[in-house]
Design a binder for this molecule. Sequence first.
Ligand SMILES: [Zn+2]
Ligand SMILES: [Zn+2]
Length: 283
Amino acid sequence: MERLKKRVQHLKEKRPGYGEVLDFYQKVREVQDSAKSSLKIDPIRPKKEWKDLLAKEGFSLLQKQDFPLDIEASFTLFQTLCQIGKDANPHMAEQARKIEEVLNSKRFDLKELFKKGIEEQRIEQMADEFGLDKRIFLFLIEESTRPSVELGMEQLRTEVDPETWHKSNCPICGSLPFLSLLREEVGKRYLLCSFCGYQWRIDRLICPFCNNKEQDSLQYLYAEGEEAYRIDLCERCHQYIKTIDLRILEESDPCLEDLATLHLDILASRKDYKRPVPNPWTT
Ligand SMILES: [Zn+2]
Ligand SMILES: [Zn+2]
């Protein structure tokens, strides 16, 4: 946490325009971090057939809704995040107040929602039903359950070899990657799961979204003086992934670095490239 705070401070000095969103990020990570120490989830016991399906068919070990959650801790965290949200940007603040009203009116049972697991469609339906901004509601649900999800991922980590998976989807939960990371001297490339945080190895030159390997149609985009960040564009599917070079940034928090380089996403979007998994913090 101390390292994260220092990095946030540094980024704020370097890019003052990001101040508000970085403050919000730090506050959320602080409460998530303190929730971790007392977290309790049902242990996940991987069955042999899960592993067979993973090896033979490439099916992920779990689906999003199968992750066991600490219902009480997620509920408390959700309430805390709404409090923090009220001091964030005006749209977030308005939504956080609206969500609190719905919760207090007892018109829907958040714990019941957590019990059924994280299912995007159902969460979006609820948002519609109560006239809430879907992206913000989903963001708050996902961030309040993130400590449980990451704990579940930790339990399954040893079931997969991250060096040999080499596919586009996460072997633990099946989600698409959020970022790509370069590490070690030789610059091994890893993908970072957008849902559970698992990391696995992938080829240096490949588009993780359409598996294009033709070098001529894989391009990079840099901002001057920011060699630690790169946008990997694919001309075939017209999508991109951001790459963070952890050889330069060492053990930095990739999600934070992504958030502090939204100018690169704007650059890519001006060239009409799409990001399949956007950063949820930008809502
Ligand atoms: Zn995953
Ligand atoms: Zn592609």
